[in-house]
Design a protein around this ligand. Structure first.
Ligand SMILES: *Cc1c(COP(=O)(O)O)cnc(C)c1O
Length: 443
């Protein structure tokens, strides 16, 4: 297999680099996002004998690892990182299913990708290399997934920055519940302040060298690639078991913020998996629906909604999406985007409990609401929606709507029983540097 090169979407016209470099760097040196220079194409036959998620992932990701040291450990990495429960539940009306991506250690879909990235970085470590510091700014779910993925992993420590008072109480507890090699900071500011602080520090070569910094944010290639695997696995499974036409495939609805999860679905389709139209379900942050309606992309500040993990006004993966469709019209690519207001999120959460005796998180509700709209418009095609988090992570939204508190799953309950600890931090680079110095020297 000829190795795939990894190029940047940025302005630097950089030569392609190899997978290991792209994975370790996070962001390309010209500030762009890494993308594979070609997308391999696979047929359904290529997946014969692949039944589990790790098996499908191994088959799907193998071409991306050709020529890399990771090629030889891919099998073991997929087994280690992706062997999480992944039920597909049946919804009403017929031909509607839900891919439950929230059964990992922190009860959100980000567990799959964070665990895969952590496994990659561990396999890329060289003997005698100093401890690496993973610096991550989070609006809630990312930080916990990254912390869980690196928790007690030798050779790594994690520094989490989260905006004080802007994450749910359950998320805040979770972020501070790891201890050991995970250091959690409550920043006096909003998510943008946290992100700026992380970026500023990661863009300073002297600091990166001194503290062996690396990032694990949502634009890392090591998070994008593994997310394709669950869409591949689910679409193959539905086609085989539900007798769907593999040429038409199953339509997907993906709750969308920074567009990482949905972009992975798009790439899986481009690689030949039986996926039809893809619907991006956003909350009241309408940047993507407005783009698909007008053709103009207009990034803007994010706005607070009930589905807070998607409060994004300028989705960081949009440049990647545009890059993959550079020769084609994105607005004519089997992609759709629909915005769901807080009112509709609330109605959907109530209706889903009444009609189906099931509690969903506000992000998943956005996708369910888009499904409801499709069905009302007479669309009878098979649909799979991505359920991105467990509702128990968002009790402050769900409980007032339902008068009932969703029970946390066992892994989340275990984290919530642990004590939690976070230090306060001013949103200033000097404050973070001081903290890094203390943490990194105290070994
Ligand atoms: C992160 C997150 C999203 C948005 O995913 P993107 O990849 O940023 O589009 C949706 N739902 C939940 C629960 C999340 O944590």
């Amino acid at each position: 297999m000829t190795p795939i090169g990894y190029i940047s979407t940025g302005p630097g016209n950089l030569a392609p680099t190899d997978l290991a470099t792209a994975l370790r760097a996070g962001l390309a040196p010209d500030g762009g996002l890494y993308v594979p220079d070609t997308l391999p194409h696979l047929t359904l036959d290529d997946f014969s004998g692949c039944h589990t998620l790790p098996q499908v992932a191994e088959r799907l990701l193998r071409p991306f690892c050709a020529g890399s040291v990771l090629e030889h450990s891919l099998d073991a990495m997929c087994d280690e990182a992706l062997d999480l429960p992944l039920p597909i539940s049946t919804l009403d009306p017929a031909q509607s299913w839900m891919l439950e991506l929230f059964h990992g250690p922190t009860a959100a879909f980000k567990d799959f990708a964070a665990r895969f990235l952590a496994t990659c970085l561990e396999h890329l470590r060289q003997a005698g290399e100093p401890v690496q510091t993973v610096l991550v700014a989070t609006s809630g779910d990312t930080g916990a997934a990254v912390a869980a993925a690196f928790d007690q992993r030798p050779g790594f420590r994690v520094v989490i920055l989260y905006p004080e008072g802007r994450v749910s109480p359950v998320q805040a507890h979770q972020l501070g519940a790891f201890g050991n090699n995970v250091h959690t900071f409550r920043v006096n500011g909003d998510f943008d302040d946290c992100q700026k602080l992380a970026k500023h520090t990661l863009n300073d070569p002297a600091l990166v060298r001194e503290y062996h910094l690396t990032s694990a944010n949502s634009i890392s290639l090591g998070r994008l690639l593994p997310q394709m695997a669950y869409y591949a696995w689910a679409s193959l499974k539905l086609c085989a078991e539900q007798d769907l036409s593999s040429s038409a495939g199953v339509q997907l609805i993906v709750p969308t913020g920074n567009l990482g999860n949905a972009l992975a679905a798009v790439l899986a389709r481009e690689m030949g998996l039986p996926i039809g139209d893809i619907f991006l379900a956003t909350n009241a942050n309408r940047t993507l629906p407005d783009f698909f309606a007008s053709g103009n992309y207009q990034g803007r500040p994010g706005m607070a909604t009930l589905a807070n993990a998607m409060d994004v006004g300028d989705p960081s993966n949009f440049d990647r999406l545009r890059w993959f469709y550079r020769d084609r019209d994105l607005r004519n690519a089997g992609l759709h985007a629909d915005s769901i207001s807080d009112d509709r999120i609330g109605q959907c959460i109530r209706r889903t409990l009444e009609q189906h005796d099931r509690i969903v998180c506000p992000h998943t509700a956005c996708a369910l609401e888009v499904l409801e709209q499709r069905r009302q418009a007479g669309d009878r095609r098979p649909f799979l929606i991505a359920a991105t988090a467990h509702p128990a992570k968002f009790t402050e939204v769900v409980e007032p709507l339902l008068g009932r508190r969703p029970e946390p799953p066992p892994t989340l309950a275990e984290l919530l029983r642990r004590p939690t600890r976070a230090e306060t931090l001013q949103p200033e680079p000097a404050a973070l540097q001081k903290a890094l110095k203390r943490i990194c020297q105290a070994v």
